[in-house]
Design a protein around this ligand. Structure first.
Ligand code: ATP
Length: 219
C-alpha cells in the first residue's frame, strides 16, 4: 500500500497552521523518516497521516483513496504507535497487547499467542503479567511497540518510539521496523536521531511546519 500526503496544511482549531503545504509519500517496503526539532510538527504530521487530524487543505490518501478519518485508517490497517505510548496503565503489558488484537478480530487463543511472541521480540517476556504503571519508561515504550507490531499493519506510523531506549534496544527496534518494511508494510518513523533517520529510505525534514529539504534517498 502507498500512503501519500498531498500539500497538507494542518491547524489545531482556529490557530494558525502548524504544518504548511507538506507533500510526502511512502510505499509498501519503504521507510520514511520524519525529522525536525521539538515543535517542528512531526507528531502533527503523523497524526494527520494516521487519520486523527483532518487537514485544513490538501489530503492524505492510501493507494489513491482519500483518507476520511481514523476509523477509515483502522479499516485500512494503518497502525499508529504514539509518542506517549497510549497504553492503559492499570492493565498488564500482555492485556494491553491482547485487547488490541481482540479488537482487530483475533480469537482469544490467537491474541494470547501473538501477544506473547510480540512482547518476547521486544525483550519483555518477563513483564507480560506486570502492570504498565509498574514498568520503566523504556519498558513501556517497548510494550507500545509490541502492541503496534503485533497488529501486523499495512502502514505503520511510529512516533519517536526509540526516544527512551538504550542503544541495544534501539538497534533492535530499528531492525524490527525494517523487517516490517521488508514484509511489505509502509513505515513512517518520526525521530530526533540522525542514525535512526539514516536507515530510512526517504526523509522529510520539518522546520516550523515547513518541509525544508527535498526527500533524499539513501543508497
Ligand atoms: N493539541 C494541540 N493543540 C494546539 N497546538 C498544538 C497541539 N499539539 C501540538 N501543537 C503545536 O503544534 C506545533 C507542532 O507540534 P508537534 O507536537 O507536532 O511537534 P513535534 O515535532 O512532534 O515535537 P516533539 O519532537 O517535541 O514531539 C507546536 O507549536 C505545538 O505547540
Amino acid at each position: 500500500m502507498k500512503l501519500t500526503a498531498d500539500r497538507l496544511t494542518v491547524a489545531y482549531g482556529k490557530d494558525r497552521p502548524v504544518l504548511r503545504d507538506i507533500s510526502a509519500s511512502v510505499a509498501g517496503g519503504q521507510m520514511l523518516a520524519v525529522t525536525g526539532s521539538s515543535g517542528a510538527g512531526k507528531t502533527t504530521l503523523l497524526s494527520a497521516l494516521a487519520g486523527l487530524l483532518r487537514p485544513v487543505s490538501g489530503q492524505v490518501s492510501i493507494d489513491g483513496l482519500p483518507l476520511r478519518d481514523r476509523d477509515h485508517a483502522v479499516e485500512q490497517r494503518v497502525v499508529l504507535i504514539p509518542q506517549a505510548n497510549g497504553l492503559a496503565p492499570i492493565l498488564t503489558a500482555g492485556e494491553n497487547v491482547q485487547i488490541a488484537l481482540l479488537a482487530a478480530g483475533a480469537s482469544a487463543a490467537e491474541a494470547r499467542r501473538i501477544s506473547a511472541d510480540a512482547l518476547a521480540a521486544l525483550g519483555l517476556d518477563g513483564q507480560t503479567d506486570q502492570l504498565i504503571e509498574e514498568l520503566s519508561g523504556g519498558q513501556q515504550q517497548r510494550a507500545a511497540i509490541a502492541r503496534g507490531l503485533a497488529l501486523h499493519g499495512s502502514i505503520i506510523i511510529a512516533d519517536e518510539v526509540t526516544s527512551e531506549l538504550d542503544a541495544a534496544n534501539r538497534q533492535n527496534v530499528l531492525r524490527m521496523l525494517r523487517a516490517e518494511a521488508d514484509r511489505g508494510a509502509a513505515v513512517v518513523f518520526a525521530t530526533h536521531d540522525p542514525q535512526a533517520a539514516a536507515i530510512c529510505d526517504e526523509e522529510i525534514h520539518l522546520v516550523d511546519g515547513y518541509a525544508v529539504l527535498p526527500a533524499r534517498t539513501h543508497g
